[in-house]
Design a protein around this ligand. Sequence first.
Ligand code: ZN
Ligand code: ZN
Ligand code: ZN
Length: 283
Amino acid sequence: MDSARVFAGDCTTTFEGTRDRTTRGRVVVLVKPDRTVLVHDADGYQPVAWLTRPDSLAVEEDASGFGLTARAGDQTLRVVAHEVTGRATYPVTEAGVPVGHHPETGEPLVRAGGGVLGVDSGVRFPLVAGATVLDETCDDCGLPLMRVERGAVFEVCVDRSCEPLDDVVRERFDGAWSCPDCGSPLRLLRRSGRLVAGCDDYPACETAFSVPAGVVVDSCDCGLPVFETATKRRCLDGTCELFRSPGSPPAGGVGDENVRDGGRASTDESTSDDGRVPDGDDE
Ligand SMILES: [Zn+2]
Ligand SMILES: [Zn+2]
Ligand SMILES: [Zn+2]
């Protein structure tokens, strides 16, 4: 687990950079896991001096004192203790919204940094794009469930090794749609880190679409399903020229035609407008 270090004492603090400044007083120095150094005195909320994510940080300590030197570009922050009143190292985690307790360790679980995190052990369960964490817990392991939209709404364990999302999505949609290019069934699989609907005739037919975060609400004139995502309706094929969303002109401008003709476009599971899946691109 990450730790934060705290130093306290009568110190001289020197900052060299855009504006040089030297101060002396009894301060508390906080060093965060990313090496950010904050020097606090008694006044107000703002540090007397600080350096965010320095390139280097040297801490010298002995029985009688401590000294810190942080450097970022042409900025240098130096703190030298004349008299030490305390120093300690504490474990720290990201702080997040509480989402229950770990069924085995009993530790609090929080949602932070795109995952569910145990605040004692540091255990982390990454969440898939667009997932929300529910109050309900998994019948098998007791961890919280997450709600995920991948064609339909699925409620699965946040521990993807307990209840793989891919399995439940596959159970529902594997082979349910046909390849618009050759008519073979589309299989649900994970390719290069993405959940995709890919042609069964691969590699002869390389047609594949990332499955967007949304639910199927309609079918497109091309035969593929229409997804309702957080922001809009779209064909599973984000470049589909036959797709018309209600009240708006058909999709498929000049740029989209290029994408379609080129066959493959760069996509990202969380932000993609375009369902075509590239080869060899990690999530
Ligand atoms: Zn579970
Ligand atoms: Zn095909
Ligand atoms: Zn379509």
